[in-house]
Design a protein around this ligand. Structure first.
Ligand code: GLN
Length: 493
């Protein structure tokens, strides 16, 4: 078939290429209205403009990315649609949290311990993205070893929130969220153990999906708490998240905890999804929490919106989320003390002195909780309460299809505010920790503003109900514009 001449895309009233969302970028790459090279270059131009102030990237791989973009363009030109059947993300640039091993590319987990680490192997997540044709731009800042909710525990620098640079972007996947909302990339990858995808996505006004535990492989993800670690996408919409999950999900022989369940056709499912009659549970304990003034009104409006869209809102009793803080704290520290033991100064080169205060505190608490005499009192008891939390959700899902709630108890905090709060990570993630402990799926989406900062609402569903939670948010986003609002970055340029 004859090829149409390539149209220039950059017209006055059009968004810049790096401002496209994933669905738009794919459509325009497919029709050859734009090239991958232009798209990748537009992202790097934005990175050069905004990263010096926002402090998002630890490592950039520009030459490699440009080379991959040229190859993608050739393939698209030669094969047309067929190229996208083989590689559904062909030519799309993305950013990845720096705790996914990338072969030959420095991977630090924002830690001094791993500051010179160049992995000899590729994580399954980044391997799948590469296979699907996505182009890695660089690795993003995070809380060191993912210990935190602000990126302030990074051993290198604190990432700034693009909505207000005196504030944190959330964490631990704060660099990934800041990269997407400042249009440095088309989408990004994060990981969540207790709230690290939903938290920063919420504080940056984005859509963030935490898949069910075991839906996406942890192979090559630098382990934090292995019984809850879940990789997932941070995107500009639920439809974009569905496209990425499609690529990431599935059984992986390298991760025995991945689920065998069939991978749904997430994008098709959400396009056909009907919200009418869906029972959405509103947990009294989540909405009854001490939320920042102004937040409740924004959230209530979103709840009313779901009702207008045809969903049935049902109040449900769910265990007080404060119990999850206790359980998460014990389990996460215990798993950290075991997982971080491998950084013993022999295998990765830097002595254990290089751990920061937050890392050390967590390892020591974990070793204490696991030590003989205290094991029953702490670790074993926490596991029992974990079972109660799982059962509590199971009971709720007998009555309703999904649950909604605030994602965070407040909007993005000022840089430095976490300093005097030793339990900052837990206090901020109080509403995301229960569902990660239970291995469920959850997605946050923007639903309004308080003090000109984005507010996130979350939808939580039973394990493997990604099509449903994505469908709920996609329905909301089809009817609203909050996900299309981005911070004004003019002052940075
Ligand atoms: N805020 C939680 C913590 O500090 C969660 C971090 C995460 O999900 N990686 O542990």
């Amino acid at each position: 078939m004859a090829k149409l001449p390539r149209k220039r895309f950059l017209k006055d009233n059009m968004p810049k290429l790096n401002e496209l969302n994933l669905s738009e970028a794919l459509e325009q790459l497919r029709s050859e209205q734009i090239t991958s090279l232009d798209l990748v270059q537009a992202c790097f131009a934005q990175i050069r403009k905004t990263d010096p102030e926002l402090q998002v990237f630890i490592t950039l791989v520009e030459e490699q990315a440009l080379e991959q973009a040229r190859t993608a363009d050739k393939l698209i030109h030669q094969e047309g649609e067929a190229a996208f059947i083989k590689q559904p993300l062909l030519g799309v640039p993305y950013a990845c949290k720096d705790n996914f091993c990338t072969k030959g590319i420095q991977t630090t987990a924002s830690s001094n311990i791993l500051r010179d680490f160049i992995p000899p192997y590729e994580s399954t997540v980044t391997a799948k993205l590469k296979e699907a044709g996505a182009i890695l731009l660089g690795k993003t800042n995070m809380d060191s070893f993912a210990h935190g909710s602000s990126t302030e525990t990074s051993d290198f620098f604190t990432t700034k929130n693009p909505w207000d640079t005196s504030r944190v972007p959330g964490g631990s996947s704060g660099g990934s969220a800041a990269a997407v909302v400042s249009h440095m990339c088309i989408f990004a990858i994060g990981s969540e153990t207790g709230g690290s995808i939903r938290g920063p996505a919420s504080w940056c006004g984005l859509t963030g999906l935490k898949p069910s535990y075991g839906r996406v492989s942890r192979y090559g993800l630098i382990a934090m708490a292995s019984s809850t670690d879940s990789p997932g996408p941070i995107t500009k919409s639920a439809a974009d998240a569905a496209i990425i999950l499609q690529v990431l999900a599935g059984k992986d022989p390298f991760d025995a905890t991945t689920l065998n369940a069939q991978v749904d056709d997430y994008f098709d499912n959400i396009m056909q999804f009907a919200i009418k009659g869906l029972k959405i549970g509103k947990p009294k304990s989540y909405f009854g929490l001490d939320l920042q003034p102004g937040l409740r009104a924004v959230l209530d409006e979103a709840v009313v919106h779901f009702e207008k869209l045809g969903a049935e809102i049902v109040e449900v009793d769910l265990m007080d989320p404060k119990y999850s803080i206790a359980v998460y704290t014990i389990l996460q520290r215990s798993e950290v003390s075991s997982n971080l033991a491998r950084f013993d100064g022999i295998r990765y080169g830097h002595s254990r002195d290089a751990f920061n205060f937050e890392n050390k505190k967590r390892m020591m608490l974990g070793a204490y909780a696991l030590s003989s005499g205290y094991y029953d009192q702490y670790y074993s008891k926490a596991q029992k309460v974990r079972t109660l939390i799982v059962e509590d959700f199971e009971r709720a899902f007998q009555k309703v299809d999904v649950l909604i709630g605030p994602t965070m108890p407040c909007v993005a905090l000022k840089i430095g505010e976490s300093a005097n709060s030793p339990m900052f990570g837990e206090m901020m993630d109080v509403l995301t920790e229960p569902s990660t402990i239970a291995g469920l799926t959850g997605i946050t989406f923007p639903c309004g503003y308080v003090d000109s900062l984005p507010v996130g609402m979350q939808v939580i569903g039973p394990a493997l109900s990604e099509s449903t939670v994505l469908g709920v948010v996609n329905t909301y986003q089809n009817a609203t514009n909050y996900h299309k609002k981005f911070p004004n970055l003019e002052s940075l340029t």
